[in-house]
Design a protein around this ligand. Structure first.
Ligand SMILES: Cc1ncc(COP(=O)(O)O)c(C=O)c1O
Length: 398
């Protein structure tokens, strides 16, 4: 660290220079991220209220009220306007917090259960949760549509199971697990069911309203105890804005930590963070009110249209295919002709950043991905496959 600071102008100049090698969403080349450019209104609001700290809500009761309204609007979208909830730092914190609550409920009943059953497609946050909570994660098989195999879940449930997890919008392919069937199992066995709709929570309700076929995944399934839903993904809100909704407010009250010393007066925290961003909450409130249901439907429909163009384009490239038809604006690329790892590297070499999974590449068609980017990508994709095939031919000729 410097003894004597440099001028703000100099710092700004250096930052601009140093950050030049970061990728930008505006380039349209970030194709494998669930984050995007926050909505301009959200950016403006976020920077205006940076100092608001909801870790000490007694100081910011008006911001807290906006958070309650955000939760109520998200609850309404997810089938329970009376749901209780909190804005978290992201889906990871929401999932870990939900698993902690589930474990505590089971402990309170005097049980020593230590197992969570998740689909094989579950996000890494559940591995983190299991590690932090010192519990076991059992992974249930997927069916050919990349949704959890309910029979396998049923078989894996034992007396040691305290939570089931279903996913509404998997990280890899955006598929939606059969939440209704998981809900039946959870109710039948008296087990906590959490739905990870970190991504899908801001897509599925709007697709449904736009007339797409959407499986039932939310609180309308009686066994669902909690849902993760992240405004900082398809909600267009600035990072950090994840969300955890609970059907029953008492679960929050019973599982909070009292913080007695706060300047705003004694309060309690039901999640991991202490100090947390009020600005993200205010920005989310602003977006929900500004865009409204119609605004989000427009955004989601545009992303779906672009997904469709991409789907057709990928299918036109010889040697490429789709692991599964997209349910939402996430699409996989598989191949029987080229090595998927090599294809990923070739595309990276050309400046495209996709997600890589063992059997396929993944594109998340976020709002920053425009039609012109897709057309450019498809042409390079075809070329990249040709390059790899040509290299293979040359190698085998020697
Ligand atoms: C389904 C799902 N859940 C949870 C998360 C974690 O969200 P975050 O990165 O906001 O912690 C992700 C992130 O990609 C996700 O895809």
């Amino acid at each position: 660290m410097k003894l004597r600071g440099v001028s703000a102008k100099e710092v700004l100049r250096e930052i601009e220079e140093r950050l030049i090698s970061d990728m930008s969403y505006h380039s349209g080349r970030i194709l494998g991220s669930m984050c995007t450019i926050p909505h301009p209104l959200a950016r403006k609001i976020f920077s205006k209220y940076l100092e608001k700290n909801l870790g000490d809500p007694g100081l910011f009761p008006a911001t807290l009220q906006l958070e309650k309204e955000v939760i109520s609007m998200m609850g309404e979208l997810l089938g329970s306007p009376n749901a209780s909830g909190i804005i978290t730092s992201g889906g990871t914190e929401a999932n870990i917090s939900a698993m902690r609550i589930a474990r505590n409920i089971s402990r309170k009943k005097g049980k020593k259960s230590k197992t969570i059953i998740v689909p094989e497609s579950a996000h890494a946050s559940f591995d983190k949760a299991a590690d932090l909570l010192d519990v076991k994660l059992v992974k249930a098989r997927l069916d050919e549509e990349y949704r959890v195999d309910v029979d396998d879940v049923q078989e894996k449930v034992t007396d040691d199971t305290f939570a089931l997890v279903g996913i509404a919008g998997t990280t890899a392919l955006g598929t939606v697990d059969p939440i209704d069937a998981l809900s039946d199992i959870a109710e039948d066995k008296g087990i906590y069911l959490h739905v990870d709709a970190a991504f899908g929570g801001f897509v599925l309700p709007f697709l449904d309203k736009a007339g797409f076929k959407v499986p039932s995944f939310d609180f309308r399934n009686e066994g669902v105890c909690s849902i993760t839903v992240d405004p900082h993904k398809m909600g267009m809100a600035p990072i950090p804005a994840g969300g955890l909704l609970l059907r029953d407010e008492k679960l929050f009250i019973d599982n909070s930590f009292e913080i007695p010393y706060l300047a705003g007066g004694k309060n309690s925290h039901p999640i991991i963070l202490g100090t947390r961003s009020g600005a993200a909450v205010i920005a989310t409130w602003a977006l929900l009110n500004h865009l409204g249901i119609e605004g989000y439907i427009r955004i989601v429909k545009r992303c779906m249209k672009n997904t469709e163009i991409l789907e057709k384009g990928i299918q036109r490239v010889d040697g490429l295919g789709l692991p599964v038809k997209p349910t939402m604006n996430i699409i996989g690329i598989s191949s029987n002709a080229v090595d998927i790892c090599k294809l990923d590297l070739e595309l990276r070499r050309r400046g495209w950043a996709l997600g890589k999974f063992p059997e396929f590449l993944r594109i998340v068609v976020m709002p920053h991905v425009k039609r012109r980017h897709i057309m450019e990508f498809l042409s390079e994709l075809e070329d990249a496959v040709q390059t790899l095939l040509a290299k293979r031919t040359v190698t085998s000729a020697f």
